[in-house]
Ligand binder design. Structure first.
Ligand code: LCS
Length: 402
């Protein structure tokens, strides 16, 4: 195919940036499990360290990792990408590269817990300031910008409130203020949303989630729209050391091949489950951007190709009945993380977002009764049956006070 960029979404996922191994013709990218690479002579080594293409040392670049970087860069319409040891390693590279002493960041208030706490507890020690705002209202972002704002960092959909941020609007606001916009695109994956095309400068992913999709790898990725930003990120990333291992990259290369298939199925399950929960007498509220009465349904349709596969809800009886519910599921697994082939359920206030203070959680809309279900690819009927029995058991136990 002449230009895989113009192909359909599944073709781009499967073939983007991939080629048969030039040495052997291997169709699956080989795992170049080598920490270092031999030079033919001193001149070649010096030339490579002087900037000429070619392998040097795996922390600085590796062919298996590069295959995944090409793939994600193409899917996100970026100029290049950097594999990271985890989503948090990717985020820390972005913070360290784009912030400095006395710089200020504007950040979505309900981001993944550590994305917020690392700014409050660690970067603050070096004089970095951060304002956490409900970025689902762009006016809050506009009001928080300061002359020293260098970075606007948004997560959309956000974890776990699923609040959406208008990415194009925030890119405009950030650029007018002389700042860059970085977007955590983990919840959508490149299959459903491409922030760089909406004007963002940097995208980060926890590939632990939908991109890998098999609950067996922790990994991250950073994608940049422009070369000079990519080079700044690269300079920090390779010295910070949170780079990706070739075996890790190979597993993600294997997992991502079915991203489109998995996302379609998990999303269809999530949509059906959201409708089911909405109709259930024991469920107090349901939050899913795919519901037509969701306050940001129109924004979802504007900037995403689908609402994704995460649903949050609260049961009547609040936290205690919610705890009974997550203890009662049999098919869904009680575990943090999301985006795997299997359905996971968790309680953010006591698990993923336990490090955020109760007051900040309340302000960010992470209520005590919020249950998050990361819907997988099982048969829908089985998922519904599982939730039905768990809801029934939870309300029976709550009524009996056991
Ligand atoms: N960004 C988002 C939106 C996340 O949900 C997570 C992890 C990260 C970044 C960090 O990625 P990691 O370093 O773990 O690859 N979210 C988790 C969650 O909701 N449950 O467990 C981990």
């Amino acid at each position: 195919m002449d230009d895989v960029r113009r192909a359909g979404p599944h073709t781009r996922i499967i073939h983007g940036g991939q080629q048969a191994d030039p040495e052997t013709g291997a169709v699956s990218t080989p795992i170049y499990q080598s920490s270092t690479f031999a030079f033919t002579d001193a001149d070649q080594g010096a030339a490579r360290f002087g900037g000429k293409p070619g392998c040097k040392y795996t922390r600085l670049g590796n062919p298996t990792v590069a295959a995944l970087e090409r793939n994600i860069a193409l899917l996100e319409h970026g100029c290049g990408a950097l594999g990271a040891a985890s989503g948090m390693a990717a985020i820390n590279t972005v913070y360290l590269a784009l912030l400095e002493q006395d710089a200020h960041a504007v950040v979505t208030d309900c981001v993944y817990g550590p994305t917020r706490t690392v700014l409050e507890t660690e970067y603050a020690r070096f004089g970095v300031q951060a304002s956490f705002v409900d970025s689902s209202h762009p006016d809050n972002v506009a009001r928080a910008l300061r002359p020293n704002t260098k970075l606007v960092f948004v997560e959309s959909p956000a974890n776990p409130t699923l609040k959406l941020t208008d990415i194009a609007r925030c890119a405009d606001l950030a650029h007018r203020a002389g700042a860059l916009l970085a977007v955590d695109n983990t919840f959508a994956s490149p299959y459903l949303q491409n922030p760089l095309q909406l004007g963002a400068d940097v995208v980060v992913h926890s590939m632990t989630k939908f991109i890998n999709g098999h609950t067996d790898v922790v990994a991250g990725m950073i994608v940049a729209r422009e070369e000079h930003v990519l080079e700044r990120l690269r300079a920090v990333h390779v010295n910070l050391g949170g780079t990706m291992d070739p075996h890790q990259a190979w597993l993600v290369l294997r997992g991502i091949k079915t991203l489109g298939l998995r996302m379609e199925r998990a999303q269809a399950n999530a949509r059906a489950l959201a409708y089911y929960l909405q109709r259930h007498a024991d469920v107090k509220w349901v939050n899913y951007p795919g519901l037509v009465d969701h306050p940001q349904h129109a924004l979802m349709k504007q900037q995403m190709r689908g609402p994704g596969a995460i649903v949050t809800f609260g049961v009547r009886g609040g936290l205690e009945t919610g705890r009974r519910l997550i203890n009662s599921v049999e098919l869904a697994t009680l575990a943090v993380s999301l985006g795997g082939i299997e359905t996971l359920i968790e309680h953010p206030a006591s698990m993923t977002h336990a490090g955020v203070s109760a007051e900040e959680r309340r302000k960010a809309g992470i209520t005590e009764d919020l249950v998050r279900i990361a819907v997988g690819c099982e048969d829908y009927e089985d998922l519904e049956k599982d939730l039905e029995q768990a809801l029934e058991k939870a309300s029976r136990e709550a009524a009996a006070g056991v």
